[in-house]
Design a protein around this ligand. Structure first.
Ligand code: HEC
Length: 202
């Protein structure tokens, strides 16, 4: 009994605040990630390597300096590709499917799996939907509240295409840049946010 009590006390002393602050070195994290990708096909291996922006977010633990933030915004803005036809809004009904689909992007997926945007995982959208995440802000009445303003529509497209062109080290996926969603899917989910007929705006 005594022995156990001493051991527990010793453990508590060791596991003080210094321990809580400790973080494995980047090399340990990289090696761990590489190991988890062991079974992935070769064409997936390149995805372990973070791009320039993500590397900065990783090493600063999502706290880039103001100079680094400026560089990220500039670099990521240059990667946004806007629709050639100048139209930002597609079909809101298809956009609902995009928002509500969390499939895709895993090497265990059957071939030709259409990826979704999984927006509901982080956002409220249609206020009638009972299940949604709260990591991101509520997007209920998004278009209506912004009076369907054309500039805001363009900004939202930018955000969805490349979240880090708007917020450096954003937790939101970079859907267009990382080819999770194609242009038509982004237009459709945009319509889900901005079409006055969409349940998001009802
Ligand atoms: C992993 C969580 C996550 C997912 C998935 C996600 N988002 Fe986000 N989103 C966020 C966070 C966090 C923010 C706010 C902070 C930021 O901008 O980085 C945000 C911000 C936004 C904004 C800007 C809101 C404002 O303040 O005006 C829009 C628009 C948006 N998201 C749309 C979408 C759409 C559409 C999808 C699906 C295609 C989506 N998000 C998927 C996390 C997510």
């Amino acid at each position: 009994m005594m022995k156990h009590a001493f051991a527990a006390a010793a453990l508590l002393l060791c596991a003080g605040p210094a321990f809580a602050d400790e973080r494995p070195s980047q090399a340990v994290i990289d090696a761990y990630l590489a190991a988890t990708f062991g079974k992935a096909p070769p064409e997936w291996q390149a995805r372990i390597k973070p791009d320039e922006t993500l590397a900065v977010c990783n090493t600063t633990r999502n706290n880039p300096s103001s100079a680094e933030s400026d560089a990220i915004l500039k670099r990521e803005s240059a990667r946004v590709s806007y629709p050639a036809d100048g139209k930002f809004l597609g079909d809101w009904k298809k956009g609902y499917q995009v928002a509500n689909n969390g499939r895709g992007g895993q090497f265990s997926d059957p071939p030709n799996t259409v990826s979704g945007g999984n927006c509901f995982a982080c956002h409220q959208l249609d206020p009638k939907e009972v299940s949604y995440g709260t990591l991101g802000p509520s997007l209920a009445a998004y278009g209506k509240d912004r009076k369907y303003d054309p500039e805001t529509i363009k900004d939202a497209y930018t955000k969805i295409y490349n979240s880090m062109a708007v917020v450096p080290c954003s937790n939101m996926p970079r859907f267009g840049v990382n080819k999770v969603l194609d242009e038509q899917q982004i237009k459709d989910v945009m319509a889900y946010l901005f079409d006055p007929e969409s349940p998001v705006n009802k």
